[in-house]
Design a protein. Structure first.
Length: 88
């Protein structure tokens, strides 16, 4: 017996305020999920890009929410601030 494959299609429309400097990135094409989206370690990519694995977000200016992924849990807010986090 063959397994049924369920495919869901979603469209995300985002209006960014470019004058306020809130335009983070531009991407074209669909997002392809590389694993079961119900798995906690999910990674995703835009078509034609490499997968970004789950990891420490402090180095990108966002304090981690999970101490098991964070590179420096005790100083996560300091690390995030040094990488652009405004503290709110």
């Amino acid at each position: 017996a063959a397994e049924a494959v369920v495919v869901y299609t979603f469209e995300l429309v985002v209006e960014e305020d470019e004058e306020a400097g809130l335009c983070v990135e531009k991407r074209e094409g669909p997002i392809e999920f590389m694993k079961d989206p119900n798995e906690t370690g999910m990674s995703f990519v835009a078509t034609g890009q490499e997968a970004r694995k789950e990891g420490c977000s402090c180095i990108y200016g966002n304090p981690c929410q999970d101490k098991y992924i964070c590179n420096n849990w005790e100083k996560r807010f300091d690390v995030a601030k040094s990488n652009g986090w405004k503290g709110y």
